[in-house]
Design a protein around this ligand. Structure first.
Ligand code: NAD
Ligand code: WQD
Length: 338
């Protein structure tokens, strides 16, 4: 199966490409390298022995997309490309709507022109807003509290309308919970540019000595220890979820929606503790006030994906922390510049 992977040089996309190659699929990567480095390609080759086709360009460039579709017989598209920083989206809403919403529409136009009818879209648990209860099921109400989340919700709504209008299409919305971890080799991992927004890369940069301490955003939530609780999922389990979605739903016309999470919640303090044990170093932290917009707890009910995609997360918190540490300690400054 030949799959166009937009954003395939990024964190989740690169791990998914490795798993695809291992499973005998052929990823064709399209990325503008806005938030990734070209050296990712050689890491994919080191791990798999295969250097996938790579097109450097933007999903908003229709002429470029038409060329990529014309040069490759593509069976399906996995669409990771987009901007993902919540705080930045508040400062730069135009960029987020342009990249995430407009970019997706241009991509789908190009797919239709090329006769490609199968799409998997990277959505997020952020579309559930502040859920009334946990665990979260796919039919819970959706809402958004920031432009990033709204862009994901808008794309979900656009794709829903598009699938209704073109019922022969297969469109799968995968709602990721909190992706963390790295390839177990230590050769690939998350490489945020600038100050990390997310918990796990921040913890690992403190552990490796790049940052002095972690700020824990609030310890007065109604949770097990007062800190926020999330459903952390190993990036390779997440990657495998895409393969399962392609295999089981990629050629079935319809709109398909799945949570990709483990069904377990861990608090910030539990993550710090797990990481300290995996790395064998203390992670310095200070409790500060809550981060605006944060919710107390969020974890998935992953039963639908288990039943219909025959997929479930298998990697533990210890795998997530140990693999992150292997990547961070052997690549303290992330991927090299070429
Ligand atoms: P990432 O930034 O590492 O990867 C995204 C890739 O897309 C980058 O390589 C970037 O260069 C590329 N890109 C961005 N805009 C582009 C454009 N206009 N044209 C071509 N390429 C473009 O992010 P990630 O963590 O791998 O996330 C992948 C997807 O999953 C995103 O859509 C994100 O919103 C979604 N998601 C991520 C998380 C998370 O916590 N990482 C959670 C839920 C959903
Ligand atoms: C996790 C927990 C923080 C950093 C975000 C997006 C979501 C999705 C995943 C893309 C929370 C706490 C964090 C720090 C901390 N992304 N924390 N100190 O907020 O669940 O989700 O990333 O779709 O849309 O909103 O993830 O990793 O930022 O935070 O105490 O320096 O860690 O308060 O409880 P979040 P996160």
């Amino acid at each position: 199966m030949r799959v166009l992977v937009t954003g395939g040089m990024g964190y989740i996309g690169s791990h998914t490409c490795v798993q695809m190659i291992e499973a005998g699929m052929t990823p064709i990567i399209l990325d503008n390298l806005y938030n990734s480095k070209k050296s990712v390609l050689s890491r994919i080759e080191m791990l798999t022995g295969v250097s996938p086709a790579f097109y450097e360009g933007d999903i908003r460039d229709r002429t470029f997309l038409d060329k990529v579709f014309a040069e490759n017989k593509i069976d399906a598209v996995i669409h990771f490309a987009g901007l993902k920083a919540v705080g930045e989206s508040v400062e730069k809403p135009l960029e987020y709507y342009d990249n995430n919403v407009h970019g997706t529409l241009v991509l789908v136009e190009a797919m239709r022109a090329a006769g490609v009818g199968s799409l998997i879209f990277s959505s997020s648990a952020t579309v559930y807003g502040d859920p009334a209860s946990v665990p979260i099921k796919e039919d819970f109400p959706t809402s958004a509290t920031n432009p990033y989340g709204r862009s994901k919700l808008m794309v979900e709504e656009c794709l829903t309308d598009i699938q209704h209008a073109y019922p022969e299409m297969s469109i799968t919305l995968l709602r990721y919970f909190n992706p963390v971890g790295s390839h177990q080799s230590g050769l690939m991992g998350e490489d945020p540019q600038g100050i990390p927004n997310n918990l796990m890369p921040f913890i690992s940069q403190v552990a490796v000595g790049r940052r002095e301490f972690l700020s824990v955003f609030g310890d007065d939530y109604p949770t097990v220890d007062g800190t926020g609780v999330r459903d952390y999922i190993h990036v390779l389990d997440l990657a495998d979820g895409h393969l399962a979605a392609l295999t089981h739903k990629g050629s079935e016309a319809g709109l398909h929606i799945y949570n990709l999470g483990t069904g377990n919640g861990f608090s910030v303090l539990q993550m710090i503790d797990a990481f300290s044990k995996a790395a064998g170093v203390e992670v310095a932290y200070q409790v500060v006030s809550r981060r605006p917009g944060d919710i107390a707890e969020c974890w998935a009910d992953p039963a639908k994906a288990k039943e219909e995609l025959h997929w479930q997360a298998t990697r533990t918190i210890d795998d997530m922390t140990a693999d992150t540490w292997r990547w961070q300690s052997s690549n303290p400054d992330g991927y090299p510049d070429l």
